[in-house]
Design a protein around this ligand. Sequence first.
Ligand code: FAD
Ligand code: SF4
Length: 434
Amino acid sequence: MSLLMIALIYGSPLALIAGIYLFKRHRASIRARSILDESVEAGLTEPSSLHPVIDPALCCGAAACVAACPEGTILGVISGKAALIDPTACIGHGACAAACPTNAIDLVFGTQTRGIDLPVVTPDFETNIPGLYIAGELGGMGLIRNAMTQGHQAVEAIGKSRPIANDGNLDLLIIGAGPAGLAASLTAKSLGINYQVIEQESLGGTVAHFPRGKLVMTQHVDLPLVGKIKFTEVSKERLLGFWHEIQKTHELNISFGQAFVGLEMHNDGFLVETSIGTIEAGTVLLSIGRRGSPRKLDVPGEDLPKVVYRLSDPMQFADCDVLVVGGGDSALEAAATLAEETTALVTLSYRGDAFQRARRKNRARIDALVASGKMKLMLKSNVQEITKDRVRIETETGEVEFPNDHILICAGGILPTGLLKDMGVEIVRKYGQP
Ligand SMILES: Cc1cc2nc3c(=O)[nH]c(=O)nc-3n(C[C@H](O)[C@H](O)[C@H](O)COP(=O)(O)OP(=O)(O)OC[C@H]3O[C@@H](n4cnc5c(N)ncnc54)[C@H](O)[C@@H]3O)c2cc1C
Ligand code: SF4
């Protein structure tokens, strides 16, 4: 057998395998580039918190980080180098950095152009204001397990550093009932601390707003009164159900629908202003996360119960006249979900003349629904007044009024940094630093 024949017999399969591999890589690279272009086009280029930065000199393009990311296509390999292609969807798991075989990934806060403000806290989670503590994502440390661990540790530190008065006054006010606040309240109860939690929305914090059926990745955590929680992969619904059960079983003292507005020092403690009155407390733990509070329209009637700021159960709007307000991805996704999955009569109102800050795929969904008559679109429009069964909107051609059962406002959030600064909490701004 000639050398040529041998080369052909053994070389052809290898060449075929290499060809298929290179073709797949090329296709993945094109797909990743397209996602990155879409993020740039929609202005969604700034990660909200901890995120990976990739050193191209060290990156070998193995794509281990892409495979390790549990949140989907957030990283991609473009022209042989890993890149953060969907930056705003990154939640800072850090699984990518752990998986990188060449240590090319660092996890940092902020970017070189946009800093992220983080409160400065002691190892016991106390801020520069004595008696004011911060735990969970607000302090920069994301993820459910970290938030729970910090909530627990912060209250343990409070219990050690401050004598429990047992005089009937509130020792501790916990603000926010997300994972950090939940763990904090269990710890407070187990230590006999006279505590109260206030929460502007519902139990579970950010987790309650995850998409339906989302698989939550977390790790074991040990909590007072409950013991070891062994979830690693669990549906959002199951996790929330479990937390609700804990709240009920241990009769946790949580006041829902009560928002924190600000605080001042008072009698060795704090006078805390909330949306429904003031509360006096010896110490305060802020566990309000980083999502902030929903931005309001500030129009008459906005306080009616038919006005909501997040879409939790689309089916509750079936057969109703629903107005969705906003022009970002969350408004477009909510409006499209309602029009596609329910029998609601959906109108989408946005003050701009085009959806510049939304992803292409969401814009296409809206275009298709409007073209098929399943949704009404009102660009350059502003809500003026909301009444029990109607809404009045200003448009370019004058004011219009029409029947309305529900209004969903998706106008973004007011980040908590302003609140912290107003209180005098020391802040550090990070520009792409760990
Ligand atoms: C899309 C997405 C997917 C994620 N997936 C995962 C995952 O799989 N695994 C994981 O570990 N982590 C995940 N995370 C991160 C995780 O959700 C957060 O790190 C975690 O919820 C932080 O907990 P927290 O208690 O600090 O804050 P939050 O969960 O944000 O809770 C804060 C609470 O404070 C309340 N609050 C805020 N302001 C006020 C106020 N002024 N007055 C009263 N109450 C207030 C809020 O309503 C909220 O209930 C994900 C995040 C996102 C956005
Ligand atoms: S930090 Fe987490 S969410 Fe972000 S890219 Fe890495 S693995 Fe994905």
